[in-house]
Design a protein around this ligand. Structure first.
Ligand code: UT7
Length: 323
């Protein structure tokens, strides 16, 4: 028998305010046509002024608990992937823990920017496999609207706010790739690329700062690294791209998503795509896409899924799991 971390619940939350591309035409030298054709984005959600990352995360967590049919006290841990926590500390995860009324267990944030959810899944899986936790809530939540420079057309049209959550539970498997649950993980980072994507604020500046990105450079790395990390994770699971039912990629740019699928020899009808509706929600994009993909009837129990992401750091990685 082999222990596996199996998804028992999923949920998401998107703030009410939807902002179509045309809105940016009023203040910037840009167009709906440029944003759509270069990124695939048509609209995104922005949090209300009084809504924070932990608020979004709490809603997504509650939806995942309802989906799993369990209570907050049935969870041992919360791991929240975010780069836009409400405060420098404490973690947004502990704020969610309190809001859920969970008084036992432990909660912490993981920060690996757009790859954050992959890193959080990897942490949760390791804790479950080591016996440190039985059920872990893994959340990706962001309010990137708070770190946008609204005068920079090359970045502010690309990002959005949202949250998604998965609940993983340790279950006994057979040890084969037919098991449900996480089958393999691949994580990477390379800090030499810090200047390609960063926020120019923090404790060293006394400001929260704004996102800065050399988009075309990040694009180049994304196309090269995403297919490779997905293939590495598949290989670790003893599987190949042909075995996949779904790729659930980080939703940054439709051209990156298409390029990765092409490199892996897969057609776009095996890809869950939400970038048109959410924009790039960083660590929230994968759990949002998993939740929306399930709600659309795309991802079903037993399906083999690879999920992959790259972002600031650079940090990137992939997780192979059977839903
Ligand atoms: O999630 C974390 C990882 N992030 C990503 O994966 C993002 C990766 N990068 C991208 O998605 C793309 O590089 C972008 C969508 C950001 C940009 O697309 P691109 O095809 O790489 O365009 P570019 O940056 O090379 O810019 C092309 C032109 C430039 O004008 P010139 O220099 O050719 O005259 C930009 O100034 O497009 C211009 N431009 C815009 N024009 C209209 C940049 N932003 C805009 C805009 N509207 N919003």
């Amino acid at each position: 028998m082999t222990k596996r971390s199996v998804v028992i619940g999923v949920g998401h939350y998107l703030p009410e305010r939807v902002v179509p591309n045309a809105e940016f035409e009023k203040t910037l030298d840009t167009s709906d046509e440029w944003i759509r054709s270069r990124s695939g984005i048509e609209r995104r959600h922005f949090a209300a002024e009084d809504e924070s990352t932990s608020d979004l995360a709490t809603h997504a967590a509650q939806a995942a608990l309802a989906d799993a049919g369990i209570e907050a006290d049935d969870i041992d841990a919360i791991i929240l992937a975010t780069s836009t926590a409400d405060l420098t500390f404490p973690s947004a995860a502990t704020m969610v823990q309190a809001r859920l009324g969970m008084t036992t267990g432990f909660a912490f944030d993981v920060q690996a920017v757009c790859a954050g959810f992959i890193y959080a899944l990897s942490n949760a899986n390791a804790m479950i496999l080591s016996g440190q936790a039985k059920r872990v809530m893994v959340i990706g939540a962001e309010t990137f609207s708070r770190i946008m420079d609204w005068t920079d057309r090359s970045t502010c049209v690309l990002f959005g706010d949202g949250a998604g959550a998965l609940i993983l539970e340790g279950q006994e498997g057979s040890g084969t790739a037919q098991d449900r649950g996480i089958l393999a993980v691949d994580l990477n980072s390379d800090g030499r690329y810090k200047d390609l994507l960063y926020v120019d604020g923090g404790v060293s500046t006394g400001t929260s700062g704004y996102l800065r990105m050399q988009g075309n450079q990040v694009f180049r790395h994304a196309v090269e690294k995403l297919a490779k990390t997905a293939e590495t994770a598949l290989e670790r699971a003893g599987l190949g791209a042909d075995d996949l039912d779904w790729i659930v990629p980080h939703q940054a740019n439709i051209r990156i998503i298409q390029g990765t699928a092409r490199k892996m020899g897969l057609s776009m009808d095996k890809v869950v795509v939400t970038v048109q509706d959410h924009g790039n929600t960083s660590a929230a994009s994968i759990p949002l896409a998993l939740s929306v993909g399930k709600a659309r009837g795309q991802i079903k129990q037993g399906d083999l899924v690879v999920t992959e992401a790259i972002g600031g750091g650079l940090a990137w990685g992939a997780v192979v799991l059977r839903w």
